[in-house]
Design a protein around this ligand. Structure first.
Ligand SMILES: Cc1cc2nc3c(=O)[nH]c(=O)nc-3n(C[C@H](O)[C@H](O)[C@H](O)COP(=O)(O)OP(=O)(O)OC[C@H]3O[C@@H](n4cnc5c(N)ncnc54)[C@H](O)[C@@H]3O)c2cc1C
Length: 239
């Protein structure tokens, strides 16, 4: 087993002024974890302006997901948050961050800075929770698999463009949810099993349909088109 990291290599919030950049769910988990580790203070900042407290019916009428102010479980435990903040820099000593610099913005694209609102705050640990871009590209480039325009692995029915390499979950569909990762992992395993046992490729959802009327590709299967099953092509089911 690899040796545990040296104490000065461990990233911890203990005793530190923590800044979380990003006001979404990942940011909320960062806030909660910083509390657990005993941070001196936790501040969560968001680029976009503060949403209204009640559903704005003109902007998000029912049944659309209402854009309104929500307070995460994490902030109920403590910490501060602020909206309409553009980070302008980090400064520190000997490679260690000490302060974050920011300016208030208009709260809406293009987030123009508001003059004379520059501020610096103590920041000894800065956590970036600004959204998932795509899987790390280095490995994908090294193995030469095709990617979609967002930088995710192009692997329609889990087979990538390189025979024998398969992808599932966030790496294939982009930022998503645990239930999708579990579902894709299982379906991908079926595809890999057929590949390794030299069987012809098949839509992995057919296995799920045994004994039910929901055969993939049938009219009952709803809007899901049949997967184009192949072991090297990368097309088929889109995320
Ligand atoms: C902070 C946060 C909170 C979330 N909260 C929720 C939630 O509440 N509910 C929910 O449904 N979803 C949540 N999600 C999303 C959910 O975690 C993901 O959709 C899910 O974990 C994706 O599973 P996965 O197996 O595709 O990828 P991952 O869980 O990311 O697993 C990929 C694995 O591959 C490993 N890896 C990377 N590169 C290599 C390599 N070169 N060689 C070997 N291994 C490698 C990584 O270390 C990692 O263990 C959250 C995500 C984040 C980041």
């Amino acid at each position: 087993a690899p040796a545990p990291p040296a104490p000065d290599e461990v990233i911890t919030a203990a005793g530190k002024h923590v800044i979380v950049i990003g006001g979404g769910d990942t940011g909320a988990d960062c806030v909660a974890h910083a509390h657990r580790e005993g941070a001196a203070s936790v501040t969560q900042i968001e680029l976009v302006g503060e949403p209204p407290r009640n559903r704005p019916d003109d902007r998000t009428p029912w049944p659309r997901w209402p854009v309104k102010l929500r307070t995460s479980y994490a902030l109920e435990e403590g910490g501060e948050r602020d909206f309409a903040i553009s980070t302008t820099g980090l400064s520190g000593v000997d490679g260690e961050v000490r302060e974050i610099h920011w300016v208030k913005n208009t709260g809406e694209p293009p987030f123009a800075p508001i003059p004379d609102t520059e501020e610096a705050r103590p920041a000894e640990l800065v956590l970036l929770a600004m959204g998932f871009l795509h899987p790390e590209q280095e490995l994908l480039e090294a193995v030469g698999v095709n990617r979609d325009p967002r930088g995710n692995v192009k692997a329609g029915a889990y087979a990538t463009s390189v025979e024998g390499i398969f992808a599932a979950g966030d790496a294939r569909r982009g930022q998503s949810l645990i239930v999708w990762a579990i579902n894709e992992g299982r379906q991908c395993a079926r595809v890999v099993d057929r590949y390794l046992s030299h069987q012809t490729p098949r839509d992995p959802r057919e296995e799920l349909a045994v004994g039910s009327s929901l055969r993939a590709g049938s009219s009952e299967a709803g809007a899901d088109p049949p997967l184009k099953a192949t072991y090297a092509g990368g097309d088929g089911l889109s995320g």
